[in-house]
Write a protein that binds this ligand. Structure first.
Ligand code: NI
Length: 209
């Protein structure tokens, strides 16, 4: 039997329907794959975050030993720098001191750590002298080159000794302040130069858990 015009038209419609259904099916697959890879990326981010921070045992500006175990149960912030720093460290320490002053007693459970990435020059006495200009609740930490390097690595901190023209050296270093909860888990950062309002919001959130 010869195909009529009506048959041709029906066949065309069927083909079109199959094409639309196939496209929709492929689209669903593509979206599922995208969502799946997004989920994996998020899980990787969470896993990476979980790996920030680690055990340490260092010396405070008072010459006392302090380890991560001593911080258990207290939220803490940690930043890395050095006493000869011309700008980033004094600015951060000043802004953190201002935040502590504003928080007052609210910050009683919070520990604030300033870890030297220049242990060659930053002995405890040097740290004690330097930190006199800032809030007395800030704990300065120094130690052996190896111990500092291990800690900086666990926080994925970038730091590099840069020779200066006068024969001395300066240090390049990560300027972020790391926020760690009372179980020692990384929860976020305060960026260098972040405004004081946002700094206080983040610190209060950290304190309240
Ligand atoms: Ni600095």
């Amino acid at each position: 039997m010869a195909a009529t015009v009506a048959d041709m038209s029906t066949r065309w419609w069927r083909l079109s329907l199959v094409a639309v259904a196939t496209s929709a099916f492929l689209l669903v697959i593509a979206v599922m794959l995208l969502l799946g890879s997004g989920k994996i990326a998020l899980e990787q981010q969470v896993a990476a975050a979980a790996r920030i921070g680690g055990p340490f045992q260092l010396t405070t500006q008072d010459g006392k030993s302090l380890s991560d175990k001593d911080l258990r149960g207290s939220p803490f912030v940690v930043f890395f720098g050095f006493t000869h720093c011309p700008e980033v460290c004094p600015t951060t320490l000043f802004e953190m001191s201002e935040a502590l002053k504003t928080l007052g007693d609210e910050a009683r459970s919070l520990r604030m750590l300033f870890v030297s990435v220049d242990p060659q020059r930053d002995k405890p006495e040097m740290m004690a002298n330097y930190l006199q200009s800032f809030d007395p609740r800030i704990i300065g930490l120094t130690g052996s080159e190896q111990d500092i390097e291990a800690l900086a690595k666990s926080y994925r901190v970038y730091w590099k000794k840069i020779p200066s023209d006068d024969g001395g050296y300066t240090m390049d270093h990560t300027a972020s302040v790391y926020l760690m909860d009372s179980s020692g888990q990384f929860t976020g950062v305060i960026a260098y130069g972040e405004d004081q309002k946002s700094r206080l919001v983040k610190l209060r959130r950290l304190i309240r858990g």
